[in-house]
Ligand binder design. Structure first.
Ligand SMILES: Nc1ncnc2c1ncn2[C@@H]1O[C@H](COP(=O)(O)OP(=O)(O)OP(=O)(O)O)[C@@H](O)[C@H]1O
Length: 412
């Protein structure tokens, strides 16, 4: 059992005390010491301290080159953990999530309010992000600071997230071919260590310039499309042949910075559907402008129709590429293959300790409104600047202008 020995640290932990401080129970933290650039020992101590305020037992389990996050998560379940926390990059989160979903065999919501399946265990997933992109945490509004994320876990607030599989593997974020794969393969651990999230921006620019087009056949089931007038159209199946693309991304959960998954206004993590975005734009400048507009679409929660981007939602997806392409799932290369996305016979979800969806939406709408105002002001300022520049070029606005003075006097 973990105890806060140092009175000073105890009072600092108490200052962060969440509403349900004092809850007993067992939390196991699967901790990747090589994630990110922070000091792992300091992070581990802070996590113990903050979780110790609410949990009776806090166990930190460090991954090693030989013992991975999945093995440690299974051991945590065997030892009776009530909550298993993944602390590392998105790779660690995905491995732990897969073990928790597996532990809940059978149908129905996993850890949610529906039927719990045939005797599986309901163990919730906590996330303390310490990686480079931390896309899963960012998409769900989980704080990026280690202590704030630990305090959120201690509050016990959670929401269900869809369990989606790509090529038989649980996909917590997104998978893709073409651009998505190129970005991942270029941003290796060395580059991420040196540049942090900027590594993805650089590898993205490189990918846009280098990526060749290829043909895809896309088969979709339970398709949901939204017309320009906002009408939602659903069809049981759809098929697109011979689409020439530079990339195709399928997303379950994604923050706005995962631009290749944007276009539909939001990537919804709990609607039983995935977002399917085919990217057909050509030319470096056009691509950069298109990607920026996709990013804005995600931030402003607005559906964006762009030449060169086709996006729909669907429940099942099969993508066959000609020639075959490298597939990446949740930032990891899994070899050349078709992409097959499934959600099982019965819809399943897993429970993540994160702010409720409604709170997230409210915060995103507030941000969207603020950004909208900023954009309008910037447009206004630009318009003003251009007007001033034009007037300046006709005659100087400031300084001595005898003609202007004469006009002023005459009009008085
Ligand atoms: N102690 C360790 N030593 C070396 N490698 C480790 C260790 N623990 C985990 N790993 C490796 O770390 C990888 C998972 O990293 P994770 O995605 O969690 O962090 P990250 O790569 O820093 O994050 P990001 O992808 O956001 O940069 C796995 O490939 C795993 O094998």
């Amino acid at each position: 059992m973990f105890r806060v020995e140092d009175p000073a640290s105890k009072s600092s932990a108490a200052a962060f005390a969440p509403p349900n401080a004092g809850t007993r129970g067992r939390v196991d933290v699967i901790f990747n010491p090589i994630s990110g650039t922070g000091d792992p020992d300091t992070d581990a101590a802070l996590i113990e301290q903050h979780l110790g305020v609410s949990f009776g037992t806090v166990t930190i389990r460090r991954t090693t080159p030989d013992v991975g996050a999945a093995e440690l998560a299974r051991a945590a379940l065997d030892d009776g953990a009530d909550v298993v926390v993944a602390s590392g990059g998105d790779g660690t989160v995905g491995e732990v999530a897969a073990v928790l979903v597996d532990a809940e065999k059978g149908s129905g919501l996993v850890g949610g309010s529906g039927p719990d399946g045939d005797g599986g265990r309901r163990v919730r997933l906590g996330v303390i992000p310490r990686g480079t992109a931390n896309a899963f945490a960012a998409a769900l509004g989980i704080p990026s600071s280690v202590t704030a994320a630990a305090d959120l876990i201690a509050t016990g607030v959670s929401r269900p997230i869809d369990a989606v599989w790509m090529n038989g593997r649980l996909m917590i974020l997104l998978g893709g071919v073409g651009l998505e794969a190129a970005v991942v393969s270029k941003a290796d651990r060395g580059l991420k260590r040196r540049l942090g999230p900027l590594a993805y921006v650089l590898s993205g620019i490189h990918a846009i310039r280098e990526q060749r087009t290829f043909r895809v056949r896309v088969e979709l089931t339970d398709v949901e499309d939204t017309s320009d007038s906002g009408v939602v159209v659903t069809v049981p199946t759809a098929r697109v042949e011979n689409l020439v693309v530079k990339g195709l991304t399928v997303a379950n959960v994604a923050p706005p910075t995962s631009v290749l998954a944007q276009g539909l206004g939001a990537v919804r993590p709990d609607d039983g559907l995935v977002e399917v975005v085919a990217y057909t734009a050509g030319g470096t400048l056009h691509s950069i402008s298109a990607l920026f507009r996709l990013f804005l679409s995600g931030v402003l929660l607005r559906r964006t129709r762009l030449a060169g981007v086709r996006a729909v939602r669907a429940r099942g997806v099969r993508v066959v590429c000609e020639p075959r392409q490298l597939v990446v799932i949740d930032g990891e290369e899994v070899g050349e293959a078709d992409m097959v996305v499934t959600q099982g016979e019965t819809r399943r979800q897993f429970e993540v300790l994160a702010p409720p969806a409604v709170e997230m939406k409210r915060a995103r709408r507030r941000l969207a409104r603020t950004l909208g105002k900023v954009a309008r002001n910037v447009r206004g300022l630009l318009l003003f600047g251009v007007t001033v520049a034009i007037l300046q070029s006709v005659r100087p606005l400031f300084g001595e202008d005898e003609d202007a003075e004469r006009v002023g006097v005459a009009s008085l």
